[in-house]
Design a protein around this ligand. Sequence first.
Ligand code: HEC
Length: 158
Amino acid sequence: MQQRRHVLIIILLTMLLPFSSTFAEESATADLPYFDWTVDKFAISEPLGGLSGDIKRGEAIAGNQSRGNCLACHLLPIPEEPFFGNLGPPLTGIGSRQEIGMLRLHVVDQSRFNPETVMPGYYRTPAQLNRVAIELKGRTWLNAQEIEDVVAYLASLK
Ligand code: HEC
């Protein structure tokens, strides 16, 4: 009896599995590997992993407190989200002040501009985290697709 109940639960879970990705939006790109990047003249000219960014998704990530949380430190034109801090410069109009490659480096690793920065390195080389637990190895704050989405969003702020 007990065993049949287990089998039933397993069957039910297996049926639900294909739907889970629809509910958890983040899991769609959660398995992306880490892509290497190179800096030339304070810019990363190539998109990470050759991926292309989506402006709308980028706006959502920038405004989401548990993802980019850029609003903790920057002013952004997202009226629906409360603005918290001004530790960083306002990012309104940033897309007309800077090339996309430079914007990418700001988001990937701001410490390349300012070694003392308080801004998190959202895609900093995981090798630099060489004393973390095995499960955290190769992880970055945002994944490559999320970085490209945020970069596309910043570039659209003209
Ligand atoms: C903890 C605060 C903090 C958070 C969170 C943060 N930043 Fe920053 N950011 C800064 C500061 C401070 C600077 C100014 C330069 C410096 O001190 O490093 C900066 C600089 C920048 C610049 C360069 C601006 C310019 O005019 O040159 C960009 C672009 C930027 N941040 C984008 C972002 C994005 C996008 C996010 C979210 C994914 C983010 N930042 C999250 C603090 C933050």
